[in-house]
Design a protein. Structure first.
Length: 326
């Protein structure tokens, strides 16, 4: 004979099955016989106590108020108004797996390898040992992919090193985890391929002169390729173009020569314009003696204003000429 206390709510005994069958617990205890797919939530004195897996249990009801809620675990996902309290209780980690989906994320839930649904940000619980549960969180915010150090040869056999940036976001969480194993890595590879195709079809001068066109084609090509992967390309761009050292020096010399030629052309153009203006002025003065006389007076006025003018008169003919000028 074993003596047990009824103050402890839980009756734990190695021969509990025999005691239950004997009928001794009728009216004294609450007996739970949980099947493989059943779980029990136990409240004692109106406070949640713990979660029970499948098995045989007994609770004294003489001194305690025992409330039990039987849950069918075949639904796999456990939903309850008191979920936060349940997850903090004893034995919860033995029967429940908790998953937290961060803000700005969506989780894709698979059961036994099959898609079930997408889960918004929040906290979720799943029954253990019922089915294979896989929850994959997916970041739905805008993200930046840095595609750095791509060495690409142009159509005229010049090797460039390109650094590109791609801004993207996930539009379909299910596709992003189902179609490819790593959506970010897949976008990285697609960016490499599109860049190689665009740059490899152009000569260096054409590529450098039409970088905006290359960027536009890059965006369009990426959008076509990754839309089936649940991704949306927002913007794409080429951040840096790095030329080989000898090619950089050669381009610098070419640019310097072009600028020098442009400068010489401008100087020659200005000189020609000045000479043409002088020729036109001379012709005008030749055809108009009065204008010539006014021009002479302007010169004398300037000389007289800036310095002392001494006029030395010699013979009569020189005097008359000076008077005539004045």
């Amino acid at each position: 004979m074993d003596v047990v206390s009824q103050r402890a709510p839980w009756l734990a005994h190695e021969k509990l099955d025999i005691i239950v069958k004997s009928g001794l617990l009728e009216g004294r205890a609450r007996v739970l016989d949980l099947k493989d797919y059943e779980r029990a939530l136990v409240w004692i004195d109106r406070r949640f106590s713990h979660v029970l897996p499948a098995g045989l249990y007994a609770y004294w009801t003489t001194f305690c108020d025992v409330k039990v809620e039987i849950v069918d675990a075949r639904a796999v996902r456990f939903e309850h108004p008191d979920l936060p309290v349940v997850l903090k209780s004893q034995m919860a980690d033995r029967v429940l797996e908790c998953v937290t989906v961060p803000a700005g994320h969506t989780a894709v839930w698979f059961r036994d390898g099959s898609f079930v649904e997408t889960l918004a940000a929040g906290r979720y619980a799943f029954w253990k040992n019922i089915a294979e549960v896989k929850v994959v969180p997916v970041d739905m915010r805008e993200m930046i992919l840095d595609v750095a150090g791509q060495e690409i040869m142009t159509a005229d056999k010049v090797t460039l090193r390109l650094n590109a940036l791609v801004t993207y976001r996930v539009t379909d969480a299910r596709l992003s985890v189902s179609v490819v194993d790593d959506a970010r890595q897949a976008l990285y590879r697609e960016t490499q391929l599109v860049l190689r195709a665009l740059v490899g079809a152009r000569e260096l001068d054409s590529f450098l002169a039409d970088k905006d066109g290359v960027v536009t084609e890059l965006e369009q090509g990426l959008r076509r390729r990754v839309s089936a992967q649940g991704l949306e390309v927002i913007t794409a761009g080429i951040r840096d173009i790095i030329l080989p050292g000898e090619m950089k020096d050669l381009l610098n010399k070419v640019t310097e020569a072009k600028k020098a030629a442009e400068a010489n052309l401008i100087v020659r153009r200005e000189e020609t314009a000045a000479m043409r203006s002088q020729a036109n002025t001379a012709k005008l003065l030749q055809d108009n003696p009065t204008l010539m006389r006014l021009r002479e007076l302007e010169v004398l006025e300037k000389v007289a204003a800036n310095a002392k003018l001494n006029v030395v008169l010699g013979d009569k003919g020189l005097t008359e000429r000076v008077v005539n000028v004045l």
